[in-house]
Write a protein that binds this ligand. Sequence first.
Ligand code: ADP
Ligand code: MG
Ligand code: ZN
Length: 358
Amino acid sequence: MLTLYRKYRPQTFAEVIGQQHIKKTLENEIKTGKISHAYLFSGPRGLGKTTLARIFAKAVNCEKRKIGQSEPCNECFSCREIMAGKSLDLIEIDAASNRGINEIKELRESVRFPPSRGKYKVFIIDESHQITSDAFNALLKTLEEPPEHAIFILVTTELHKVPFTIASRCQKFNFRKVQFEEILNRLKKIVELEGLKVDEEVLKNIARQSQGFVRDAESLLAQVLSLNDKEITLEEAKIILPLSDSEKINEFLKYLLEKNSSKAIKLINQCLEEGIDLKQFNSDLIEFLRKLILFKIGSPLENDSFSSDKIILSLVKEIKINDLIKIIEEFIKIKTSLEYSEIPQLPFELAIIKICHL
Ligand SMILES: Nc1ncnc2c1ncn2[C@@H]1O[C@H](COP(=O)(O)OP(=O)(O)O)[C@@H](O)[C@H]1O
Ligand SMILES: [Mg+2]
Ligand SMILES: [Zn+2]
């Protein structure tokens, strides 16, 4: 499968989506040459922390960049070495692998020596919350009196685990989830660069499912792109894309009306595997059924969008009021047992069996 996130890792600030507040500050510091010695990048996975750290490292050492500019040229020796992962002036340490004691020791040694070629020696310490307290103490000493040429970028997904003494010495940036539109546009661009055609609905679906996490969106896109090399429609992509919560409810209801208990049970178990809270699912389902029955009897709630939804309209047409009442009652009944059941999906399974078989 394509690893899109390696292939399309942004190489300039401009290519990084979202994180405006961070980009702006970093770019300003580069333009004016007022660079800090220690940064702390925090936030969930897949939002551009490592990416921006590398772009920053590239920019400060770029041999062609002029004063007042912030973007790395991506052509000079230094930029190319960094992109190839071969630069001696960019040291990346993964604290997760061995909690960093030896690395930090080595780091303390190496910090003292000037950069081999560039102006700065940049240390990116990933998963920095995993460093042991010994290693943290060693690091602290280095952070207290960093040499002019040293820049530390500490990266973490768990900011609260980074000791205050360390965090307080860093310029802190919190990475945020990215807006739907921006993710959608990035997906479109990738598809275009791949020379492929994907139904816009598929891309919207992916952007929605990713919930603001860029790398998740790209991984999902890669799975969809591996389906075929021509045109990918929503129908085809459905094999891969997990249903959204409201789509799941529609699907679930469809199975109940068809009295297809095995598909309904399968869907509930799938929800559980995906980490969906079944109590929440049940409440959402009841809420949906309430809207549906009120719509059916001709007194719709103001905020439903049923009259413009083709799938719902056909559902409403097919469904009998008696069936709907029975279904609603069954799911109201399981509310308490969902709280206590040792097998979390069992109350659902029993309700499904009653609705479909009794
Ligand atoms: N803000 C972003 N803008 C553009 N691409 C991004 C962004 N965040 C993540 N990505 C994509 O996800 C991949 C992994 O991002 P990365 O910077 O390693 O995330 P993190 O370090 O926050 O876990 C990148 O190569 C890129 O393809
Ligand atoms: Mg990272
Ligand atoms: Zn350069």
